[in-house]
Design a protein around this ligand. Sequence first.
Ligand code: ATP
Length: 308
Amino acid sequence: MIEIEHLTKRFGSTLAVDDISFTVRPGLVTGFLGPNGAGKSTTMRMVLGLDRPTGGTAHVNGRSFVDLPSPARAVGAMLDAGQVHPRRTAQAHLTALAETIGEGRVRVQQVLDLVGLTDQARRRAGTFSLGMRQRLGIAAALIGDPGIIVLDEPMNGLDPDGIIWVRSLLRRLADEGRTVFVSSHLMGEMAQTAGHLVVVGRGRLVADVPTDRLLSDHASVVRVRGPEPTRLARVLADAGGTVEPAGDSALHVTDLDPAQIARLTLDHRLEVHELVTERRSLEDAFLELTHDATDYRADHTTERTVTP
Ligand SMILES: Nc1ncnc2c1ncn2[C@@H]1O[C@H](COP(=O)(O)OP(=O)(O)OP(=O)(O)O)[C@@H](O)[C@H]1O
């Protein structure tokens, strides 16, 4: 289990991580989503004791990473798949890592098999494709058979087959009861991989919800149009709707369903010419979520609701 409480990191004038709290639980894949620069890597580095928090805590199994009795067996991590010496073979790289934790050839062979690199084990890492380097990085993360796995963008640059492979491996590791914490900047990719999503934007937490719920809450938007858009918008916003102009006097409404909108327009004797539910892509939903975080920071007027 990873527990993050009021975690904050400042680099000079940059607030990279801004008072975030969430828990990463065992038995499922938790996706850590956010656009580039949102603070994902910095958060992971603090979990792994590589950066010191400016405030708050990041605990692994109840204590700081640096206080774990055998950290490499508790947590396996890949922050950068390019960290291998290019002249080292995959086998030599993994053997060196295995030796540091008292493991031998058998474990190296197991992780090579697990990531499908057995046939490439004697090749130098410098000749590997990006996909093979990611596999090697994941093998290195798994060498100590850790209960907690932290991977920063493990699907970055992979082809569709590679993505499917990583996805099924992560699910299998979670099914074995491990805590799997994986970052990505692609909502679609994470929605298919993770059972739970933690979304950050500009260092702030914007969602911490089961994937299904995030998808159902943001999968559609209601388009409503009438001759009095300003009054219509006010009525819908007063009733708890999130309302945005959608051109041609139309409004896009979330947080209210079509039946609620129809009743409100009836109650307020508002004429309606159009009322339809429109499907939205996952990336649109993600942009909306993280865009709101940007707005919050810009004008400090709209506090986000984070649902547990
Ligand atoms: N060592 C550092 N010194 C100064 N600023 C830093 C440092 N590390 C990160 N930052 C800044 O902190 C912010 C968050 O960066 P971080 O790498 O954590 O984001 P990210 O969500 O992982 O994005 P990416 O996917 O691009 O890596 C960015 O503005 C980044 O420029």
